[in-house]
Design a protein around this ligand. Structure first.
Ligand SMILES: [Zn+2]
Length: 322
């Protein structure tokens, strides 16, 4: 990659003050739209798409069913899947994109890539960074408690992802372009500490806590943008989530899979896990939703799964050594 993506311009403002005259393509999910449409009468929606799947084929099909020539901007209202689909579509249509998160559930609102499902794994394809993000902290505070601050898992994955990055370095397993960089590692630890400190406030829907959670998400994403890869924040905990999804079925919130992944992997890495557990619990991340037999099956298959999908080296690759 020879581009360094930036972050969207953020407007902290009520959705009810959005005043968009340009004809807009709205990408959303029905529950999210129903929750906030009363605040968004200022949108000039000329076409609306309800996204339920994370594949380019599904997104292309939706687009071909609804493209109208007068669309001038894309709006995404909802969670991570909505944002990923909207980034893909806005790029294809060559239109600007404004994202309106209804919860701080993932980091996808501000990244330059879209996660897609292929062959039982999650891959990231380069799409685009939204030009604008509108953050209404009242809307986010009113989101369902287990979703509103679930994006903490995409910052807390620094705990296990950075550990893996250093572990790979010690084993000589980092390929060119992913070399271990001590100051980046230290920056990531500092972001991790910030998010652990705001977890209780963000979890109870406190506005300052949610703003700090957003700041931590933004810093985590930009740190990865600068180095051109996600090793500071993506490792065995995400691999566990990607693999487990094959057994749990699709459609679970990202945090419901990544949260347990962080707990399992940090324990196996020999880390002190109390702070992690209380932060995840404070943000209402369910840590016992995956049945024990599916967790065991995932852990057993994880080393071969990681090798099969070419995932960057981490503890998960070595579980059979234990
Ligand atoms: Zn993630």
């Amino acid at each position: 990659m020879n581009k360094l993506p930036n972050l969207p311009l953020v407007h902290l403002m009520p959705f009810s003050e959005v005043d968009e005259k340009r004809p807009a393509l709205l990408i959303t999910s029905t529950p999210a739209w129903n929750a906030v449409k009363g605040h968004l009468r200022g949108l000039n929606v000329v076409a609306m798409l309800d996204v339920t799947e994370a594949t380019p084929a599904a997104w292309d099909l939706l687009l071909s069913s609804s493209s109208t020539p007068e669309m001038e901007i894309v709006y995404a209202v909802g969670g991570g899947l909505t944002a990923d689909a909207a980034k893909y579509m806005a790029r294809k249509l060559n239109l600007p994109l404004t994202v309106l998160p209804t919860a701080l559930s993932v980091d996808a609102f501000i990244t330059a890539a879209s996660g897609i499902r292929r062959d039982g794994c999650v891959y990231y394809i380069e799409t685009k960074v939204p030009e604008t993000l509108i953050l209404d902290l009242d809307v986010i505070a009113a989101a369902p408690a287990h979703i509103r601050a679930a994006g903490i898992t995409d910052v807390m994955s620094i705990a296990t992802g950075s550990w893996d990055w250093k572990f790979a370095h010690e084993r000589g397993q980092n390929p060119p372009g992913m070399e271990f960089i001590p100051w980046v590692y230290e920056n990531a630890q500092s972001i991790l500490n910030g998010v652990l400190d705001c977890a209780a406030a963000a979890g109870r829907g406190d506005q300052e806590g949610l703003k700090t959670l957003y700041d931590c998400l933004a810093m985590e994403v930009q740190l990865c943008n600068q180095v051109g890869h996600a090793r500071p924040e993506e490792g065995s905990e995400h691999y566990f989530a990607y693999c487990a999804e094959n057994y749990t079925g699709h459609g679970w919130p990202h945090g419901d899979l990544v949260g347990p992944g962080i707990m399992l992997m940090s324990r196996l890495q020999g880390q002190a896990t109390e702070r992690y557990e209380s932060a995840l619990r404070a943000c209402r991340i369910p840590l016992d939703r995956i049945p024990a037999d599916l967790t065991a099956k995932t852990l057993k298959n994880l080393p071969s799964y990681c090798k099969k999908h070419g995932l960057a080296f981490g503890l998960a690759h070595t579980l059979e050594e234990r």
